[in-house]
Ligand binder design. Structure first.
Ligand code: BEZ
Ligand code: FE
Length: 293
């Protein structure tokens, strides 16, 4: 193939940089860096990146760094809105039998949430419509997983996680253990849509590109059992108009469930006295077995 002198000059830069990684002792690092260079240069050449645009991109990354703290990770948020977090999950967790699909972890997971008994209320004061959540945990072979550990967390009706209030509250999160039959049940609040943190550079990027920061309503789960892959997933609300435009591309059709609405006065399954409407949802979870087990 013939190339113009300009194309040849551009290709020379790519070749020089790729070659500079040839001696990397770790072959995987060498592969990643060389592919990164090839793709990044191809991108710059495709869009004919100007120096001003390159400077603006560097400034954007500087702002991402400036706003990042132990609890605010703007680079992960950037990866989320670019769909890269979901792509990494997609690549590293290929479908395994009928295993429940994984989705993004998000920034609001907290290890060591309070233990709640089966049938208890994880809301712990979080505002929202009560929601009765039930299901089973089993493996891809169909065996129930007694004692499976379920970590669940969610935003309240105002769209905030407890950790976003800046006080010491713990609400809308818990650790539960499945019973001897691998079944679980708990009260939560009905999930509602909320925006990802959008007061920083990632929010500016979404605004500049006409994209919404809203996530489809969801309840987070991290489920683990010995001999199985730990699953990070959500259950989404059927009929939510935001299912098709989730800001972080986290929605999987297989994770959408009917949150059945019950009017005021309908008795709750466990006899809990309730004044207003409430909902219930069933979400059965299937964990993939570790290869070795
Ligand atoms: C969340 O669902 O909590 C979340 C996920 C990705 C980015 C921001 C928030
Ligand atoms: Fe969330």
């Amino acid at each position: 193939m013939t190339s113009s002198p300009q194309e040849a000059r551009e290709q020379l830069v790519v070749d020089q940089v790729v070659a500079s990684f040839e001696g990397a002792p770790d072959p995987r690092l060498r592969q990643i860096m060389q592919a990164l260079v090839r793709h990044a240069h191809a991108f710059a050449r495709e869009v004919r990146l100007s120096e001003d645009e390159w400077r603006a991109a560097v400034e954007f990354l500087r702002r991402c760094g400036d706003i990042t703290t132990g609890s605010r990770q703007e680079f992960i948020l950037l990866s989320d809105v670019l769909g890269l977090s979901m792509q990494a999950i997609c690549i590293s967790r290929p479908a395994q039998g009928d295993a429940t699909e994984a989705t993004v972890l998000g920034p609001f997971f907290v290890a060591d949430a309070p233990a709640v008994e089966l049938g208890g209320d994880i809301a712990q004061g979080a505002a929202g419509e009560p929601c009765w959540v039930t299901g089973t945990v089993r493996d891809t072979g169909g065996a129930p997983l007694p004692g499976a550990r379920l970590e669940v967390w969610q935003a309240d009706d105002d769209g905030f996680y407890d950790v976003q209030y800046g006080d010491d509250r713990t609400a809308g999160r818990a650790v539960l253990r499945a019973d001897d039959a691998g079944a679980y049940r708990f009260w939560a609040v009905t999930p509602t849509p909320y925006p990802i943190p959008h007061d920083g550079p990632v929010g500016d990027l979404l605004a500049a590109t006409g994209r919404s920061p809203y996530r489809a309503a969801h309840l987070h789960f991290m489920v683990s059992a010995p001999g199985c892959h730990t699953l990070v997933t959500h259950v989404f609300v059927e009929g939510d108009p935001l299912l098709a435009s989730d800001a972080v591309f986290g929605v999987k059709e297989s994770l959408v469930r009917n949150f059945i609405r019950h009017g005021p006065g309908t008795p709750a399954p466990d006899g809990r006295p309730l004044d207003g409407p409430w909902r219930e949802v069933a979400f059965d979870i299937v964990l993939a077995r570790d290869e070795a087990s």
